[in-house]
Design a protein around this ligand. Sequence first.
Ligand SMILES: *Cc1c(COP(=O)(O)O)cnc(C)c1O
Length: 355
Amino acid sequence: MTSKLFTVGPVEMYSETLRLGSVQVPYFRTPEFSEIVLHCESMMHELVDAPEGSRTLLLTASGTGAMEAAVINLLGPSDRALVIAGGTFGDRFCEICREHEIPFDCIRLDPGASLHPGEIVELKLDSYKALLVNAHETSTGVLYDIFQLGQACRNAGTLFVVDAISALFCDPISMSQMGIDLLLASSQKALALPPGLSLVVLSPRALDAVRTRKVKSYYFGFQRYLSDGSRGQTPFTPAVGIILQLRDRLKAIQAIGTPALVHRTADLARHFRNSIENLPFRVFAETPSNALTALSPTNGSSAYELFSQLAARFKVIVTPNGGQLRHRVFRVGHMGNLATTDMDTVANALREISQ
Ligand SMILES: *Cc1c(COP(=O)(O)O)cnc(C)c1O
């Protein structure tokens, strides 16, 4: 029996992705490769419902690299950002701002807590150039109300930066409808690709902001990516192999349609949550994403011990939490090449362990 990943990235990949991973990586300064990059960009725009005139940049970096690149290309020491920090990934935006001496305020939420509509209305957004939020705070499983946050940003004229790395294709995301100015995605989450490639989608408003900034980064300055990207190239050697796999996944997602894929992930999540209803766990997130279910044991078991047991006895690899939540929370992913029978495997294993 081989083990199966119910992790939050990398996730179980599809057979065509695996096949493409075994072929010779081509040379990339060619018209053929440019065409592939431009095709990926146009498919991405359709799948995230990007406003007319948007651009997508491919960065060879994990998602954190894209978070940092987005922040430094939009904000500097004379600006101010507001960060919604409900866990590890929100904290990361704060740490990036601190590192680059960008003034910021932080809305700190208790682990598992959501941001309520009344609290969103009270955010004094007009004093900030940008709002930085992780659509889904992957460390706790909380999905924020991106639509309402987007409306608040629009009303205040604030740039809306959304790290949708673990929400895209799991929860509904539409740049146009939600007023998102800059959207981040990364290869190893619901795209079900190897780690190493990130996508940054910029709305015309974000593009205007980027074009007027002088960025102190050689590798991550967006202006080079924008100018080379207009002919389907990147300034430096990209993750060529992953881009080929990306094209295949985007085509497959296009064939299903984003809403149908979101629906499928929602079904997996619902199926799993229903099947563990009578077990000694509580869903940790107040407003859970479909991407994963964060569970907290209610019978005193250690979440980390459960993670170890699931791996050792059942070859079920779930995601442990770190820090203060190490013994309180573990996460069961619903992303990637998984079926309802796989969710049954996890639920049955949890049932056996809890007896
Ligand atoms: C996975 C993830 C990231 C990126 O983490 P990396 O380890 O750098 O790939 C960023 N934000 C969120 C919300 C994530 O889930």
